[in-house]
Design a protein around this ligand. Sequence first.
Ligand code: MGD
Ligand code: MGD
Ligand code: SF4
Ligand code: MO
Length: 748
Amino acid sequence: MSRIHLYQNNPAIDVVTGACPHDCPDTCSWQVAVDQQTGQAIDIWGNASHPITQGRLCGKVDRYLERTYHTGRLTTPLRRVGPKGSGQFEPVSWESALAAIGTRLAAIVEEWGSQAVLPYSYSGTLGYLQGEGMAARFFNRMGASKLARTICSEAGFEGYLYTLGATLGTAPEDFAHARLILIWGSNTLTSNLHLWQFVQAARKKGARVVVIDPARTRTAKAADEWIAIRPGTDAALALAMMHVIIDENLHDTDYVEKYTIGFEQLARRVKAWTPERAAAITGIPAERIRALAIDYAAASPAAIRVNYGMQRHAGGGMAMRTITCLPALVGSWRTQGGGIQLSASGGFRRLDLSGLQRPDLRRDPAARTINMNRLGDALSLDPARVALSHYRPRPVDSVPSREKIGPPVKALIVYNANPASATPDQSAVTAGLAREDLFTVVMEQFQTDTANYADYILPATTQLEQWDLHRSYGHNYLSLNRPAIARLGECLPNAEIFRRLAASLGYTDDCFQTDDETILRELVQSQTQPEFDTCDWETLLRDGYARLNLPDPYLPFAQGNFPTPSGKCEFYSQRMADDGYDPLPTYESRDWGKIVDGVGADAPEPQFPISNTQPLICISPPAHSFLNTSFGVVDRLRTREKEPTLQMHPADAAARQITDGEPVRVWNELGEVALIVRVTDDLIPGTVLAPGVWWASHSPDGRNINRVVGQYEADMGAGACFYDARVFVASAAPDHADALVPAVREVG
Ligand SMILES: Nc1nc2c(c(=O)[nH]1)N[C@H]1C(S)=C(S)[C@@H](COP(=O)(O)OP(=O)(O)OC[C@H]3O[C@@H](n4cnc5c(=O)[nH]c(N)nc54)[C@H](O)[C@@H]3O)O[C@H]1N2
Ligand SMILES: Nc1nc2c(c(=O)[nH]1)N[C@H]1C(S)=C(S)[C@@H](COP(=O)(O)OP(=O)(O)OC[C@H]3O[C@@H](n4cnc5c(=O)[nH]c(N)nc54)[C@H](O)[C@@H]3O)O[C@H]1N2
Ligand code: SF4
Ligand SMILES: [Mo]
């Protein structure tokens, strides 16, 4: 809880307001108490005045001082002295590190062209500046390969955009006004904690909360009902709900007529989607589907919180697109507390970043774009695999011919990311990182699994030591982070590292001279769209945050106004047809990213068997105390998660003669990983769940669950398919050795 009262009248303590930088929809406003004498941060808490943070941080970031002052913090540049991956380094000065990196990068650009350099970054910090701010200037100026940042949300994003036109949706505060809340593929208490207070407020007024998830998560346990669904089948459920709603005439004909397009086609499509048909696919009884649809349509209003869990599947884009049709069908957008929220980032979509990122510096705007999910392929020296790594977000985008794939990746610059642990197909990624001819620079706070493969590790500051500005993807507040303490050791903010790298390459452009605070002030002051009118620099400096200038309450689609090509909610999407998709909501059963049967009503549905001759579906959603791999280093949080585990249903365990607590091998054609089994009926049968994401080096066999996750793309946006793995599981106890089947391909 907020502890400001302990410090605000103490003249020896400074209280500095900042923002949590982590990849989380809540983007909390935090306050840090700093001892003026020692300059040390002594306490951190959630800002009580922020309407979403409401004085509380989560259990992870409550420990942010432990992370910042951790003995494992990197404090000097390091140069590799052992074999790649061995983690053997020696300290060097910034001067010599920058000179060596500059010389090597210049030589690579000279010999192979600038596209031989690949940036790799994602969500260590979501700040505009320390994320893709100065970094973008640097890589644009260089003309490096571009990176498609697809690892988290792209499939669902695209599905949402096809239907609604922007990632706008229900504000978190408005969930307090809902009468029924569907939490769909989200473990809210773990990954979106600050929504829960509004869910609870709704419940106090009588709302019911239903969680649709393959796992009885801590959110499902706290809700009124858990509906167990087979992974990857959400579109079938949504289609059957629409079937019932239209069949029973429960849709909002006025809203549908005024603000949607394609209702007739939708009605024809969902005719075949009886609850019985969906039941066979989803594992949810037909009667439950029927009742859910009726409750959903009758509640006034019902709100849906849909999250990324259900789109990390081969059909994840279409699933999101299909679910997103529901609020328009029942007209719940009209009412405060209705609608759906995937992401609130659309509120910030018109923030002009061109002055920050300087795309105009790029001489070849058509440079190749590499899909980050296929880093393993991109780092391969096999041209066919490099071709596959090119970003192909839609069916109409083809794999480039060999002449068009560009040079091999010869230099990799990693910041805000830990691909050796967090990216699909771990053995392919580490095989790439182990290439002797690949020059790798990693900017990090800690010696991660990825840093172990670096030629140079450059020590980065944490959020307590740097400036930044943050949008949110869970609410409508812009936040400013001010540094609270001096930089530790020789650490530098990413922006300053890129500034110095630019100098080492002889880039003399003015944009590499401006300091961080000035860049942010200019970014804020240069905005011209009306939604940023309330976000002036003085307010941000004073309060640490500012609400976007949006109506209050904000009901974006109460009167239509969908930013789609038709201006309506698109049940039928011509844009989807043009991009190579079925223009109507649909469900296709898929296996390993391929469609295994058609869309016809009598197509055979896949079986979900529990014998060991058939694979299990493996999902690896966030562990409560981790944030991807970012908190794996904090001993207290790692202790809370105990050890890397695999949850398995008792029926699946019995079929394999596996008992609770046993070590197991989990494998498929990509590789294998050793885990400890937890037998539990908090999971739908046929699915196993490995809470993620553990550092590979904290795992007994030096591997983690991404050994068995494939690089193939989801149906939309070239998104990642983390929860679509098919695995075999067997006891690793010595007397079971004969049950083991070797993995087909293990690169590293
Ligand atoms: N503590 C913690 N917080 C986090 C993170 C973290 O790692 N730890 N990660 C952050 C990041 S990067 C993101 S992107 C966000 C959002 O991250 P999300 O991945 O959306 O996170 P969750 O909401 O925890 O988990 C998704 C839920 O979807 C379920 N699920 C998996 N497959 C399916 C499916 O096919 N259908 C349905 N209906 N459900 C399915 C999982 O069992 C899980 O309960 O959270 C952020 N917050
Ligand atoms: N199996 C499985 N894999 C997953 C997921 C899953 O659910 N299951 N989730 C996926 C999702 S949703 C996401 S978003 C990705 C995230 O993947 P990544 O973006 O790679 O995220 P992290 O693993 O948290 O690694 C971020 C790294 O950035 C560093 N860092 C933090 N702040 C800074 C900074 O200011 N400067 C610098 N230089 N470094 C910093 C941290 O120390 C950390 O090592 O992982 C994906 N991987
Ligand atoms: S990780 Fe999320 S909940 Fe935790 S402090 Fe950061 S923004 Fe808030
Ligand atoms: Mo994510």
